[in-house]
Design a protein around this ligand. Structure first.
Ligand code: ATR
Length: 282
């Protein structure tokens, strides 16, 4: 019998920018495991056939990223509750012959905050989420899981926030940006899920005056690592959590499925990815 080492990959289109190979490569080396993790650029038209022949290609599983996350959900034979809730999958693996899928962005978001702001969810009450795109859905699901009583969802296009509110129920209060500063009053967490503040994008302009000093401020943008929102919050004394940890933590469950050991998000891994991001920026 030939024993081959487990191989996984990240599938996207485009895919060259993905940092997943660096993250999984780091863990494979750190844990002394044999295995490989690569990149596959697959166009939407070829995606279904690619997933259908994943095993023949020698893969034990994969991550999927834009634009394939919804298509991946439709292709898996068994989905986790979180994946079913969002109808989006980013991590695939086999259990026997069954192709399974999970959405690990929720875990990534929650574990990052547990790590950077321990016990944050003990005081979770009213949350403010900026943005109502694809990323916002995972954040809302995570906040609901941890018991948020009210989630004010602020979006430039109000209709998109209203659609999200219909999907997630009465906990969600949709609003446009004109209500953003007032919505911060008595909130316990603010999450930016828009692309505002990202390198090359417009700045996120929000007045934090009404934000309680204990409220946690977090951003899913991680280039730059300290966004304008996080800097503004830090300078007025609020606890902050940057978005890089979400990227690192969402990778943990996939690695465990494919390579058999649960890896840890360490300061050394963060430093490695941070150095890479800084290199890209300069
Ligand atoms: P993703 O799936 O990564 O969340 P997306 O679906 O394109 O990406 O969503 C991007 C989010 O950033 C949206 O909430 C978008 O607001 P709209 O729904 O009104 O488009 C928000 N966004 C992007 N650029 C923005 C800008 N210049 N001002 C305000 N909001 C912006």
């Amino acid at each position: 019998m030939t024993i081959t080492e487990p191989r996984a990959c990240v599938i996207g289109h485009p895919i060259a920018h993905s940092r997943s190979p660096m993250i999984h490569g780091y863990w494979l080396k750190e844990l002394g495991l044999s295995g490989q993790y690569g990149r596959e650029d697959v166009a939407p038209v070829d995606f279904s056939a690619f997933i259908g022949s994943l095993r023949e290609k020698g893969y034990v599983g994969c991550n999927v990223t834009l634009p394939h996350k919804e298509a991946a959900f439709r292709l898996v034979e068994r989905a986790t509750e979180r994946a079913k809730q969002l109808q989006v999958v980013n991590t695939l693996w086999f259990e026997g012959d069954t192709l399974c899928g999970d959405n690990t962005d929720i875990e990534g978001f929650l574990s990052n905050l547990d790590d950077q702001a321990p016990q944050w969810s003990h005081s979770l009450d009213k949350a403010v989420v900026l943005g109502a795109g694809g990323a916002a859905a995972s954040i809302i699901a995570g906040l609901k899981e941890r018991g948020a009583r009210e989630i004010v969802l602020i979006n430039r296009t109000l209709e998109r926030a209203e659609i999200m509110a219909k999907r997630f129920g009465p906990t969600i209060k949709p609003m446009d940006w004109s209500g953003a500063s007032d919505a911060l009053d008595r909130c316990s967490i603010v999450v930016n899920t828009t692309s505002l503040g990202m390198k090359g994008q417009p700045a996120l302009d929000i007045d934090l005056e009404k934000l309680p000093p204990t409220a946690l401020v977090t951003d899913i943008v991680y280039v730059p690592l300290e966004t304008g929102l996080l800097r503004q919050a830090r300078e007025r004394g609020n606890p902050v959590a940057d978005g890089l940890g979400m990227l690192l933590h969402q990778a943990v469950p996939g690695f465990e499925h494919w390579f058999g050991q649960r890896p840890t998000v360490t300061a050394a891994l963060r430093a490695l990815i941070e150095a890479d991001l800084t290199g890209v920026r300069s």
